[in-house]
Design a protein around this ligand. Structure first.
Ligand SMILES: [Zn+2]
Length: 302
C-alpha cells in the first residue's frame, strides 16, 4: 500500500519549464538532466515496488532531519519485521569498486554511494529511536540502468544490479508480512517528520523578461505550438491538446515561476505568446479560478 506516492519535485518541474523557456548555462543544463535521469530511474524502480503483494507500507521521497543533518530517502518500505531502505541510482557507464570507493575506468574517484547509504541508515536508525521504534533496517543500493556496470564488487555488499532486480523483488515478496496498528503509527510519525523538499535545491536565477513566452506543449515542452480554434497543436511532436487544459497548464507554469506576479487575462495572454483569443482565455480563467476585482483589473487566484 502506497502511503506517500512519488511526485515530481518542485525543483524538477521548475527546471523543466526553465529549460524550455530559457537558455540554461551548461552547468545548469547538466544539473537539470541529472535530476530528470534520477527521477526516471526512481519511477522505473517504483514499477517493481508496485507489484509487491504482501502487506507493506511504501513511502517515497522523504526528507528528514536528525541532529542538524538532512537526509533523503528514495523509497522506504515498512514490513512486519523490518524497514527496507532503497536508494536508486540510474547511472550509466563502467566503474570499478576498490578501496571501499567508486572509481571511473580512468581512475578518478567518484561519489561513494555506499557511504551515502550507510549515513542515511545511521541517521534513520537514530530518528526511529527518538520516535520510540526499534525495528531493523535493511538498506539496498539499486543500480537499475541496464547500461551500468561496476567491476570488482564483493558479493556481500548490499548492491543490486539490473540483472538481479527481478530476484531481489521476488525474494522481498516471498517474505510474509502482516501489518498492525503499531506499523500504522510508525508510518504516520514518519510522515509527520517528513520535511518535504530540500531547501538547498539549486534553482537557476531567472527574470521575467528572460523567459520565452508561448504555449508550451504538454508532452515535449516545446514552445513551437500553434493555436487552432480550441486546440493547441505542437509542431515539434504533433501532440494536440484541448485549449482549456493547455491554458491551465501554462497558467500553472506562470504561477510556479512568478508567484509574486498577478494572474490577469492580459498577463496570461502575453505569457502564452499573444496567440489565441483573450475572450476565451478570460472565460477559462473565470471557470477555474477565483476572480478578484472588476473589469480589466480583475486578477485571479486559486
Ligand atoms: Zn510537443
Amino acid at each position: 500500500m502506497i502511503i506517500k506516492p512519488r511526485i515530481k519535485s518542485r525543483l524538477l518541474v521548475i527546471l523543466e519549464i526553465l529549460n524550455s523557456r530559457m537558455e540554461l548555462a551548461e552547468e545548469e543544463k547538466q544539473y537539470y538532466l541529472s535530476q530528470e535521469k534520477g527521477h526516471h530511474g526512481e519511477q522505473l524502480n517504483d514499477l517493481w515496488v508496485k507489484k509487491l503483494e504482501e502487506e507493506l507500507f511504501v513511502l517515497h521521497n522523504l526528507l528528514f532531519e536528525m541532529k542538524n543533518s538532512q537526509f533523503q530517502i528514495d523509497t522506504l518500505i515498512i514490513a512486519q519485521d523490518r524497514i527496507y531502505l532503497l536508494d536508486v541510482k540510474y547511472h550509466k557507464g563502467d566503474y570499478i569498486y576498490k578501496n571501499d570507493g567508486f572509481y571511473t575506468l580512468s581512475d578518478n574517484e567518484t561519489k561513494n554511494h555506499l557511504h551515502q547509504l550507510r549515513r542515511c541508515e545511521t541517521l534513520l536508525r537514530q530518528l526511529l529511536q527518538t520516535l520510540g521504534f526499534n525495528i531493523p533496517i535493511e538498506s539496498t543500493l539499486i543500480f537499475n540502468n541496464p547500461e551500468f556496470y561496476l567491476y570488482n564488487v564483493p558479493p556481500e555488499l548490499p548492491i543490486i544490479f539490473p540483472t538481479q532486480l527481478k530476484r531481489f523483488y521476488n525474494n522481498l515478496n516471498k517474505r510474509p508480512s502482516k501489518l498492525s496498528e503499531k506499523h500504522k503509527l510508525l508510518a504516520k510519525k514518519l510522515l509527520d517528520e517528513d520535511k518535504g523538499e530540500s531547501s538547498y535545491s539549486k534553482i537557476p536565477i531567472y527574470k521575467y523578461h528572460q523567459i520565452k513566452k508561448g504555449f508550451s506543449c504538454g508532452t515535449c515542452f516545446s514552445l513551437l505550438t500553434t493555436v487552432e480554434k480550441r486546440k493547441v497543436v505542437c509542431t515539434s511532436c504533433g501532440h494536440i491538446e484541448h485549449l482549456e487544459s493547455a491554458l491551465l497548464r501554462n497558467v500553472k507554469e506562470y504561477m510556479l515561476l512568478f508567484p509574486e506576479r498577478k494572474v490577469t487575462t492580459l498577463a496570461i495572454y502575453e505569457w502564452c505568446g499573444g496567440v489565441g483569443s483573450q475572450r476565451s482565455f478570460r472565460r477559462i480563467l473565470f471557470n477555474h479560478f477565483t476572480p478578484i476585482g472588476h473589469g480589466r483589473f480583475t486578477h485571479f487566484i486559486e
